[in-house]
Write a protein that binds this ligand. Structure first.
Ligand code: FAQ
Length: 329
């Protein structure tokens, strides 16, 4: 009797993919997937990975000027976590058949994006508090649903990343709380940082739903679970009461509790600012890419050494298995 497996047609493979997504199961790297799904994931995961490593810059700027040894150690750990998040995410992207060197080239050539938020300058120590509290706070709201993304490697990477982001948000809150309850000058520093980081953080969630070309398909595929506006609203609802605990105000006079809809109403968002930033015209776009390319070039010898070590290690592993095969033979 013939035992060969029947050839599955593309339609059957697609039906199986749709079934897995509908049943809230995970798609794994070896599973069949539509080309558009693969491309969308590569685009989003690469953008996410790039954001993590570019996001090290505004905080890296303050490592040498942290006000105490303890604050410096905490900030250093946070920035190192961000490098780690970049590595998990580049690895997740590689499971889709791309090479991280190719993704980095695209970032350096401006062919792939990173989050708009990192194109704002970090002008003072209080900015470390505002970045942790607001930017990591926004990142958590955006990323917790990605722990349920239909693509397994991305979802799993996000579980650990979210745990670390919670610590990051907490450390930012702690910096701001200390400053806000310090001297009048310290309170002003905290308020000034929050004034500057609030709107960019609100914009981080992306364009409004009626101008978000990727959302509908990404939600259908279970890559995104909620729309940009829904996540933005959740972030605002979560953050306003925290600002009250901090004793700081948010720079939006129209931010009031809306009884009827049971959420905060807010003032108009300056979408032109976001679109200009995404196009490359934000306050620090050129500086961020310049710095990244310089760091990449200066780190070339590390990659060469790591590749040489891997090649040597690979040879040794081959030699060892060869020897053991000989022994077995
Ligand atoms: N900045 O159709 P949509 C962090 C682009 S990690 C720049 O709505 P989509 C940790 C978008 O790519 C922060 N570009 O797109 C940390 C698309 O362009 P394309 C990063 C943006 O993908 C904290 C076009 O606009 N997080 O903060 C932005 O469905 C502190 C149309 O938009 C992630 O990447 C923007 N803000 O939704 C590190 C999370 N928004 O590609 C250091 C994962 C939109 O078609 C310190 N990503 N665009 O040419 C996502 O959830 C989604 O990709 C969105 C965008 C929500 C960002």
């Amino acid at each position: 009797m013939q035992q060969t497996q029947p050839e599955q047609h593309e339609q059957e493979l697609e039906a199986e993919f749709e079934r897995l997504v509908a049943d809230d199961q995970r798609i794994e790297p070896r599973d069949w997937m539509p080309e558009g799904y693969r491309k969308t994931l590569i685009r989003q995961i690469a953008q996410h990975a790039h954001s993590e490593i570019i996001g090290m810059q505004p905080e890296g700027n303050w490592l040498t000027r942290a006000p105490s040894l303890q604050r410096k150690a905490i900030l250093l750990a946070k920035v190192q976590d961000e490098a780690g998040h970049g590595l998990y995410l580049y690895s997740a992207a590689e499971t889709l058949g791309v090479d991280r060197a190719e993704l980095l080239d695209k970032l350096h050539q401006g062919k792939q994006k990173y989050s708009s938020i990192f194109n704002y300058p970090s002008l003072g120590w209080a900015d470390m508090g505002a970045i942790g509290w607001l930017v990591d706070g926004a990142a958590i709201v955006n990323q917790i649903p990605i722990t349920r993304c239909s693509y397994g490697p991305y979802a799993r990477a996000m579980v650990r990343i979210c745990k670390e982001e919670s610590f990051h948000q907490r450390q930012g809150f702690d910096i701001l709380y200390t400053l806000s309850h310090g001297t009048e000058a310290q309170h002003q520093m905290a308020q000034d940082a929050v004034n500057r980081w609030w709107w960019p953080s609100v914009m981080m969630f992306g364009p409004p739903d009626d101008d978000s070309p990727n959302s509908a398909q990404s939600m259908k595929w279970g890559i995104k679970r909620f729309s940009n506006d829904e996540l933005r609203r959740r972030f605002i609802d979560m953050t306003v009461p925290q600002a009250e605990v901090l004793g700081l105000s948010l720079p939006d006079p129209e931010l009031v509790w809306d009884e009827e809809n049971e959420r905060y109403a807010h003032g108009p968002i300056d979408w032109d600012e976001l679109y200009e930033n995404i196009k490359g015209n934000g306050p620090c776009n050129a500086e961020r890419i310049e710095h990244r390319v310089r760091a990449h070039e200066q780190g070339g010898w590390v990659r060469e050494a790591a590749n040489a070590y891997a090649a040597k290690h690979g040879d040794q592993a081959g030699a060892t298995s060869g020897q053991s095969q000989e022994r077995v033979a």
